[in-house]
Design a protein around this ligand. Structure first.
Ligand code: ADP
Ligand code: ASP
Ligand code: MG
Length: 441
């Protein structure tokens, strides 16, 4: 069985939804994971922002605007009165529920319940549309099986145990639809897999059902070798190793959720990225094979990075200094991305600076601290095994006119990272692309 995930852009209009249904209706049993229609999750977050500011009326007005957009889509999508009526009733029910929720005291659980409604609407709409066409479809409620364990990570055992009984073995050709992104936490309250998390839902389901393949359908022809919004002449990467794709996802190739590749890697389930606009295109296949050893595959960037340098005479020839530094970050639940050390200092980078002031105050007790904000990690990904020669020189050469704050290489076989100023991001991406892939600067 295959698991197919369609992102917000792929279900973003009546026409796109129709397109998705044409794509999935090929007589094969499959599980289809859907995101909310594009813009909806942002809109629901805005709804919670109104509530946080005590503006219940503003929230309700905002939801009416969104509801009108859904009504428009319904009028375009359904052919029959029954289909229209079923979808209208569901959308009205969800928006009435949202307005009820708006009257309650805002809590973490409530916020997550609100944000979950986007996927609930989109999956219901597509299911009604398929029923209208006589397709054998069953809507699975993700909240019945997608669950986080006590540690906040998806509980694959629970998912498997609760999902498998929902799949009817005797219904050949049936299409199962379910919501991406949304789940319950270990206490049975609403939760989610973070922004962009529908990809993660798909690979978790893929591992749970031992799928032959997980397909992530989006609006572009696979993972590109650089961000197509910044660099001209990028091209799709045909094959990525799980490790390469994990590095890319962490470092900002936004096409994949950062952790979605982990479950697939665990069970060896191949993941393919495909294009809804061009279904015949090859896309990107992610698996355990290194097709061409020594090849640089892609470049990605991650913004909003803060670099912190800790310099201390006490570090020289001392043991335990790094532990003290890392412990401070751990105490403030702040994870470190890049690390570079010299004999008398260490530089680290973080992307979550909410506890920065407290961290710096603690670090000042052990050394002299310098903080650089608005930085950007540029990461080059490929089979960069240290015994392959020459690629560091090519990457360095491309950065020759750009001030580089940190360089990190050797942490894994798949990544070399540079920390530069955000304002130099575009220049760095273009220059690396030109020197590595031969695109125009
Ligand atoms: P979806 O709504 O299907 O989940 P996303 O918006 O999450 O889609 O991701 C697709 C977008 O990611 C593309 O439209 C593209 O502009 C952008 N993107 C950023 N970096 C890359 C990259 N390296 N390769 C391909 N697409 C990228
Ligand atoms: N709808 C959610 C978001 O916009 C999840 C997803 O699309 O993957 O982040
Ligand atoms: Mg996405």
């Amino acid at each position: 069985m295959k698991v197919l995930k369609f992102g917000g852009t792929s279900v973003g209009s009546a026409e796109r939804m129709q397109n998705v249904v044409n794509l999935i209706n090929d007589g094969e049993t499959k599980i289809v994971v859907l995101s909310a229609m594009s813009g909806t999750t942002n809109s629901l977050i805005e709804f919670t922002n109104y509530l946080r500011n005590g503006n219940v009326n503003g929230a309700c007005e905002h939801s009416t605007f969104l509801q009108t957009k859904y009504m428009q889509t319904i009028s375009e999508l359904y052919k029959t009165q029954e289909g229209k009526a079923a979808a209208t009733a569901k959308v009205n029910e969800v928006f009435a529920h949202l307005r009820d929720l708006a009257q309650q005291k805002l809590s973490d659980d409530l916020e997550k319940e609100i944000v979950a409604q986007g996927e609930i609407i989109s999956t219901n709409m597509v299911t009604f549309f398929m029923q209208e066409q006589g397709i054998d479809v069953k809507l699975l409620n993700a909240l019945d099986f997608m669950r986080l364990a006590v540690n906040g990570e998806p509980d694959l055992e629970y998912i498997r145990e609760h999902l498998l009984p929902l799949l009817d073995a005797d219904k050949e050709g049936r299409i199962y639809i379910t919501q991406g992104f949304i789940c319950m936490n270990h206490e049975g309250s609403y939760d989610n897999l973070q922004r962009g998390g529908s990809d993660y839902t798909a690979t978790l389901i893929g591992s749970a059902v031992n799928a032959e393949e997980v397909q992530i359908w989006t609006d572009i022809d696979g993972v590109h070798n650089n961000d197509p919004r910044v660099v001209e002449g990028t091209s799709p990467v045909r094959n990525l190793h799980f490790e390469e794709s994990a590095e890319l996802a962490y470092f900002g190739a936004k096409i994949l959720h950062p952790t979605c590749i982990l479950p697939a890697k665990l069970t060896g389930t191949p993941v393919r990225l495909l294009n809804t606009m061009d279904p015949k295109a090859e896309g990107t296949r992610i698996d355990n094979n290194l097709t061409r050893p020594g090849e640089i595959k892609a470049i990605a960037a991650k913004e909003n990075i803060t670099a912190i340098k800790i310099k201390s005479g006490r570090m020289l020839l001392a043991y335990g200094f790094l532990r003290k530094v890392f412990e401070i970050f751990e105490n403030y639940k702040t994870s470190i991305d890049m690390v570079c050390t010299s004999e008398v200092g260490v530089s680290v980078s973080i992307d979550d600076d909410r506890r920065l002031d407290e961290i710096v105050a603690e670090l000042q007790k052990i050394g002299t601290i310098t903080v650089d904000r608005n930085m950007c990690i540029i990461c080059v990904v490929g089979d960069l095994d240290w015994e392959n020669v020459g690629f560091e020189a090519r990457a360095m050469e491309a950065m020759k006119d750009i001030p580089v704050r940190m360089v990190s290489y050797g942490g894994s076989n798949y990544n070399i990272s540079f920390l530069v100023r955000e304002e130099d991001k575009v220049k760095a991406l273009r220059s690396l692309s030109a020197s590595i892939f031969g695109t125009n600067k």
